[in-house]
Write a protein that binds this ligand. Structure first.
Ligand code: PEP
Ligand code: MN
Length: 244
């Protein structure tokens, strides 16, 4: 059994940026390239993503590396650009956008459904149900940290979501340690916890020059940090009889 890693930058910023990141994550062992083209940002004055052009650059990176790509869909009106996207991400801020979920239910693409910022497990399962009830059973759940009263980390990683979701549903569960903590140095240890908890995959943000990233600069790993992490995760996974 494998614990595939989805890795890549928070945002697609330029051709050079996404292709160099794609090469780096592939070299380190990632199975899927992630990168945001449509970005849900808290502030309307922050970088909003390259949109359709970002998808085009992801397609280039896919061609270049052979890696399948995962990117976020924010609105059904953008779906026409997603023909060559292999895995559609529904972000935390959209996890109860029921019209979007229903539309994805009519699509034949796998969907990575992220838990909302303050979403309960039941709400996450019901959102997955919206996609499946409309005909698409290819749903992957993603725990990416939830809001609590404390803010020493960006969010609070709910590791218990993994065994619980495995108990009550048949769906794979991915952990996103990057958005969970929002702190670069903490990502590796949370990734190890995710493997120990039995996560079916991990989504990790990686950028060739994280400090200069146009979004989520404080949490993205450098290619070297990611490579060190994958080597370590392989050892952890081996304990469970798995590999990365
Ligand atoms: C992302 O994956 O870059 C993202 C915006 O994630 P989330 O929806 O979990 O905040
Ligand atoms: Mn991000």
């Amino acid at each position: 059994k494998t614990v595939p890693l989805l890795a890549g930058p928070c945002s697609v910023e330029s051709e050079e940026q996404i292709i160099s990141a794609a090469r780096a994550v592939k070299k380190a062992g990632a199975r899927i390239l992630r990168g945001g083209a449509y970005k849900p940002r808290t502030s309307p004055y922050s970088f909003q993503g390259l949109g359709a052009e970002g998808i085009r650059l992801l397609e280039k990176a896919k061609k270049e590396t052979g890696l399948p790509v995962c990117t976020e869909l924010m609105s059904v009106t953008e779906l026409e650009y997603f023909d060559n996207v292999d895995l559609i991400q529904v972000g935390a801020r959209n996890f109860q956008n029921f019209d979007l979920l229903k539309e994805l239910g009519k699509s034949n693409k796998p969907v990575l459904l992220k838990r909302g910022l303050s979403g309960t497990i039941n709400e996450l399962l019901m959102s997955a149900e919206y996609i499946m009830a409309n005909g698409n059973e290819n749903v992957i759940l993603c725990e990416r940290g939830i809001r609590t009263y404390d803010n020493y980390t960006r969010n609070c990683l709910d590791v218990s979501a993994v065994p619980y979701l495995h108990k009550v549903s048949h769906l794979p569960v991915v952990i996103d340690p990057s958005h969970a903590c929002g702190i670069r140095w903490m990502v590796p240890v949370l990734a190890q916890c995710a493997v120990a908890a039995g996560a079916d995959g991990l989504e990790i943000e990686v950028h060739c020059n994280p400090e200069k990233a146009m979004s989520d600069a404080s949490q993205q790993l450098t290619p070297q940090q990611f490579e060190e992490l994958t080597a370590k995760l392989n050892k952890y996974a081996a304990v469970e009889g798995k590999s990365i």
